[in-house]
Design a protein around this ligand. Structure first.
Ligand code: GDP
Ligand code: MG
Length: 163
């Protein structure tokens, strides 16, 4: 099958918005309310002529009785198992949380290519906040605006180069 790219990150960082932009059509549900995307969404798409399957790992369910399944670590582990390439998304307009840091620790030891993208970097002013990720030992940070498209081409190029 096609290479699989999974988007993981906390609720409300913009995973579904990024998914829709990379898929170039509106498939996943995007909503202001955190955690509204309960199921995983799949789309076949391509960048720079290279096709791949994209997964929106939305699945965060605040009502899940199993706290593991309601947490980000569960989705990060699923993505590490299932995907060929992982995009870890943070929100550049807010500070990193302990959940972000826990996910970064898991991803740094994953034997898969991981791209760290800081979303909501709608303008260059926000990039300074995005670079907070460097203090976590991340090698390359991609500031992106999934809403407006800023930085998306660079992220896509890096992702398809990893196949
Ligand atoms: P998810 O829970 O991670 O799937 O996040 P969503 O894609 O549902 O987005 C959560 C909220 O962030 C929505 O109100 C989006 O419109 C908003 N959002 C997503 N990407 C961006 C962005 O690049 N810039 C800004 N300013 N807002 C964004
Ligand atoms: Mg979502």
């Amino acid at each position: 099958g096609l290479p699989i790219v999974a988007i993981v990150g906390r609720p409300n960082v913009g995973k579904s918005t990024l998914f829709n932009r990379l898929a170039r059509r509106r498939i996943a549900i995007v909503h202001d309310e955190p955690g509204v995307t309960r199921d995983r969404h799949y789309a076949d798409t391509s960048a720079y002529g290279r096709p791949y399957t994209l997964i929106d790992t939305g699945g965060f369910d605040p009502e899940d009785e199993d706290p593991m399944k309601a947490g980000i670590a569960h989705h990060v582990k699923l993505a590490i198992d299932e995907a060929d390439v992982i995009i870890f998304l943070t929100d550049a307009t807010t500070s990193l949380t302990s959940a972000d840091r826990a996910a970064i620790r898991l991803l740094r030891v994953a034997k898969k290519p991981v791209f760290f993208a800081a979303n909501k970097a709608d303008s260059a002013k926000v990039d300074a906040e995005a670079f907070e990720l460097y203090r976590e030992g991340v090698e390359t940070v991609y500031p992106v605006s999934s809403l407006h498209g800023r930085g998306i081409g660079d992220l896509e190029a890096a992702v398809v180069d990893a196949f």
